[in-house]
Design a protein around this ligand. Structure first.
Ligand SMILES: *[C@@H]1O[C@H](CO)[C@@H](O)[C@H](O)[C@H]1NC(C)=O
Length: 317
């Protein structure tokens, strides 16, 4: 009852806005009297309600500004993924022991199991983003490869992979070069005669990893400890980090990815957009005929797509 009456009074006040100026003349006098009598109450209610709303909005805004996604927006260039996946932060203590104890498969010597683990975590699922996202990223949609409409994602969609996964892919590439005899010697011969494109892939990966590590350096600190039998202090790299939920993020991307079969099965010679000029280095293959074959193969895909012997490691395919 009370609420209903107040609601009514509120309506009357609200409708005395200038654009409804004729209202008072059209209505009976008792209403006007009632309005005046209740004006103070009404204003109080409005004031009270707006305070509650303002308080709620302030709390909500404060929470938004402290949310992992909004903090990550400040330390990343525009990424459509930040609009689509909700990150969480958690304190994680790393295991950085010199002798891989406790055991981590990623630090182990090469084996089919180690390869499988790395291929898994270093995968680069191909995602689909909108044209506006391409523009917000600061790229030209005329050059970005559009998703063929036959793929079923609609119009004006573009392929994209997460840079973080590309960095992990690169770490895996550098790891493989660190175990050169296992990964490359049988198929590529000695490192000194590594085909130019493979060598380029190696230095490309070293470069992008350095870029990422200097762009967003870890600001954590490492302490030193005394060790039995050792005179000098010893670094304790088992540090605490504030981590993003990479596992869930990666799972989420994997669930959304464009099926590889679709990408592999598509004829990329049709419906092509604007092309960039061919890289100088790819115009004239140096060296003998053996490399020519590699060049031809590499030219048809991306530098990342080339087979390196042990399973696929491509960004694209
Ligand atoms: C470090 O090792 C402990 C013991 O095996 C394990 O519980 C923990 O998850 C490891 N931490 C990380 C970050 O892998």
């Amino acid at each position: 009852m009370k609420w209903g009456a107040r609601g009514q009074a509120y309506e009357k006040v609200a409708s005395t806005e200038p654009e409804e100026g004729g209202w008072e003349q059209r209505q009976a006098v008792p209403f006007v009297v009632r309005i005046r009598r209740n004006l103070a109450t009404c204003l109080n209610i409005i004031f009270f309600a707006s305070n509650i709303i303002l308080f709620g909005v302030t709390l909500w805004t404060a929470k938004q500004h402290k949310s992992p996604n909004s903090l990550l927006r400040q330390t990343n260039a525009f990424s459509p993924l930040l609009d689509r996946f909700e990150f969480t932060f958690q304190k994680v203590k790393n295991n950085a022991s010199l002798f891989n104890h406790p055991y981590s498969i990623y630090k182990d010597d090469p084996s089919p199991e180690v390869d499988a683990a790395w291929e898994d975590i270093a995968d680069t699922p191909v995602l689909v983003i909108d044209r506006e996202d391409v523009l917000k990223i600061g790229k030209d949609p005329e050059y970005a490869v559009a998703v063929p409409e036959e793929f079923g994602y609609g119009e004006n969609k573009y392929f994209a992979v997460n840079d973080g996964q590309h960095l992990i892919h690169c770490l895996n590439e550098v790891r493989k070069f660190a175990y050169y005899d296992y990964y490359y010697l049988p198929t590529q011969g000695p490192a000194s005669s590594l085909p130019a494109l493979h060598a380029a892939h190696r230095s490309h990966c070293i470069g992008v990893l350095l870029d990422a590590l200097t762009c967003q350096p870890s600001l954590n600190v490492v302490l030193f400890e005394y060790m039995e039998g050792q005179n000098d202090p010893w670094p304790d790299f088992d540090i605490w980090r504030q981590c993003q939920n990479h596992g869930q993020f990666f799972e989420w991307m994997n669930g959304l990815q464009v099926p590889r079969e679709k990408i592999k099965g598509w004829d990329w010679s049709k419906g092509r957009g604007k092309e960039r000029p061919m890289l100088e280095e790819l115009k004239k293959p140096k060296g003998g005929g053996a490399e020519e074959g590699t060049h031809q193969e590499d030219n048809s895909g991306s530098a990342h797509g080339q087979g390196h012997g042990h399973g696929h490691d491509g960004t694209w395919s």
